[in-house]
Design a protein around this ligand. Structure first.
Ligand SMILES: [Zn+2]
Length: 636
């Protein structure tokens, strides 16, 4: 594609030119990587600008408009960010309207043509509308060097992609002797200096924490010392665990300890349900407000909704004042789920080929909260899907290869978005931390603000209580009975940690525990019945155990973060059906697929579901399992 052709495909709006002739940069290069391999890099303008060595930009938001500023050739510049347009793996168009600086308007176009042999024809175009003669001269002089640099950045990205390809298709994270990593870091302090002496001190401290895995501690320290500065502002444990090929829970535990020792900070980020941008960042959970707004998407949303909050980690300023470097705020790399975003002028029509990969997508217009759910399924025929007028709340099915015909029939420009609609698998949610004993131990001061209750979705709740505790106190005397109970709390705490759950609260001798996984909850219950079988010398007590599964709300009570809701009420009431050596399961728990599969595998007959009445609720359905049947294989 030559310069004439790219402008035919992505024409100028004459109003933007204002009768002037733009200064134009154009280049076209063939790269030995597919558009999909290139996309994460090309769409990450922050990465490209960092590689180009451009001056960092700062962004502020004024009346819902993002204002950027930086310096170019010694001149201060300020501009308004216009929402970018892109189609995943195909094109990106960026626009900036300047209020200060050498230009009044700049647009960039990146087009990727899939050559279908694993390579790409990459075409780039920049058009600058200069403010005056000085701007025109500087921009014209900079053209050869800028174009040359841009191509060499693309070539570097290409060779990195090729180098990373290995037979398994996964780049490996290699652990090196930590001492040499420290030495290297000390020899070449980068733009953002870090205090390596403090990191050494923290490393020594983390090594003494018994429950941490030393390899994982080393991996984390190495990552902090070697990764790009930009990565240190949003570290996501689930994603990082994949990069490092280490266990997710072990890494999360290491990062929690690293936060306690001052290497990292933890924040509660409020995420927009549409663009998935971070709208607020709170250092403490109690600072999160229920009402949130995304100016970019022009919508209000509820921060207590099930996936509205994500926890992320950052380098602690104590390690070094890393100046936050931001280059672009509207870039597609920050919104990888958005496959297509395009502004159409009144009357404009475009066709969009739906993503080929089956899955659920969402079609929405900017500023509207209604959307169309689009399921791409192999068993569906190829369809032509019209999209104009008001976007209704509805759902559609279509086969891969279908086309959406978008027509803006309104009097105003409208932005159309097609995005993947799947849970972000890398997001660490409040529920993940609330049901983690180590988090509750290390961050016992974290609590919710009094007017906020967070939907933590489906949880697995275990309730245990001592059988005949009043008689025990009478029989054994206060001091002995108390030592039994203390041992019981200590062991319960260990069981919670061992099975990746947490003690949510205690009421007298009773304990409520929460688990993310039903199997962890089940195994923990069996562990309870095994440890407290009446024959334990340190604590010869026996327990009633009940299990339930369902939605919960997290609220704040005097003793930290508590769970609330009918799921919790029912689990307590189910106790009345249990004797020692029996575990009561609610019907909802028993009918979980994982639980059913497990019972089958262990040759435990699926117990009969009974109905019984409990006070305040009415009839509940439950089943009883003899703990001794489940015991040995589960606890091992
Ligand atoms: Zn948004």
């Amino acid at each position: 594609m030559n310069q004439h052709e790219i402008l035919q495909r992505y024409p100028w709006d004459p109003a933007r030119l204002g009768g002037k002739k733009p200064v134009e940069y154009f280049f076209s290069v063939e790269l030995a990587a597919s558009p999909y391999e290139l996309w994460p890099h090309i769409s990450n303008t922050t990465e490209i600008n960092e590689r180009l060595g451009l001056s960092a930009m700062t962004f502020t938001e004024r009346n819902g408009i993002t204002i950027g500023s930086n310096t170019l050739a010694g001149t201060a510049q300020e501009w308004e960010e216009v929402p970018w347009k892109w189609e995943y793996g195909r094109f990106i168009i960026s626009e900036r309207i300047y209020s200060r600086g050498l230009t009044s308007y700049v647009r960039g176009i990146f087009d990727m043509e899939d050559l279908e042999d694993g390579s790409t024809r990459f075409t780039g175009y920049f058009g600058f509308v200069p403010k005056g003669a000085k701007g025109r001269t500087i921009l014209s002089l900079a053209k050869p060097i800028f174009t040359k640099n841009y191509i060499s950045v693309l070539k570097n990205i290409e060779s990195e992609i090729i180098a990373k390809r290995n037979p398994s298709g996964v780049a490996s994270y290699e652990i090196r002797p930590l001492e040499s990593v420290f030495t290297e870091r000390e020899k070449s302090p980068r733009t953002s200096p870090m205090d390596t002496a403090k990191i050494r001190e923290i490393y020594r401290e983390l090594k003494t924490v018994a429950e941490l895995d030393e390899t994982v501690v080393k991996s984390l320290i190495q990552y902090v010392l070697t990764t790009k500065t930009a990565n240190l502002y949003r570290m996501r444990p689930k994603e990082l665990a994949e990069t490092m090929s280490v266990d997710e829970n072990t890494l999360l535990l290491t990062m929690l300890h690293a936060t306690r020792t001052g290497l990292l900070n933890l924040t509660w980020d409020v995420i927009c349900p549409h663009c998935q941008g971070i709208r607020e960042r709170a250092d403490h959970l109690w600072e999160v407000n229920k009402q949130a707004r995304c100016e970019v998407c022009r919508i209000d949303f509820d921060a207590s909704a099930v996936n509205a909050i994500e926890i992320s980690f950052h380098i602690n300023p104590y390690i070094g004042e890393l100046k936050r470097v931001l280059y672009c705020s509207a870039e597609p790399a920050k919104k990888p789920h958005i496959r297509y975003q395009n502004e159409l002028l009144p009357g404009e029509e475009v066709s969009f080929l739906v993503p080929f990969s089956p899955g659920r997508y969402r079609m929405r217009k900017l500023g509207q909260t209604t959307f169309i759910l689009l399921d791409i399924r192999q068993d569906q025929p190829v369809k032509q899907l019209p999209w104009s007028g008001q976007t209704p709340a509805s759902s559609l099915d279509a086969g891969p290869g279908s086309i959406i015909n978008i027509h803006n029939d309104s009097d105003l420009p409208e932005t159309y978005v097609v995005e993947e609609y799947a849970e972000d698998r890398y997001a660490l949610r409040p529920k993940d931390l609330f049901s983690m004993q180590e988090f509750r131990d290390l961050f016992s001061r974290e609590s919710l603000s009094t007017d906020l209750s967070i939907d933590v979705g489906v949880q697995n709740i275990v309730f245990v209580d001592i059988i005949g505790s009043t008689e025990m106190y009478q029989r054994e005397g206060n001091s002995k009975a108390f030592s039994y109970v203390r041992e019981y709390f200590k062991l319960s705490h260990e069981i919670a940690r061992r099975y990746r759950g947490a003690i949510v609260k205690t009421m007298g001798d009773a304990i409520f525990l929460a688990f993310s996984s039903p199997m962890d909850a089940f195994r923990a219950s069996v562990a309870f019945s095994t440890v407290f079988d009446g024959k334990n010398e340190k604590t010869p007590i026996r327990l009633r155990i009940s299990l339930n599964r369902g939605s919960c709300l997290a609220v704040n009570l005097s003793n930290g973060i508590d769970y609330f809701g009918q799921t919790v009420n029912i689990v307590a009431k189910l106790q009345k059906f249990a004797t020692a050596d029996e575990i009561v399961l609610s019907r909802d728990f028993l009918e979980n697929e994982l639980v059913k599969a497990y019972l089958k595998k262990q040759n435990i007959a699926v117990p009969e579901v009974k109905a019984g009445e409990v006070a305040g609720i009415g009839d509940v359905e439950y089943a009883l399992i003899k703990a001794r049947y489940a015991r040995t294989p589960v606890y091992s």
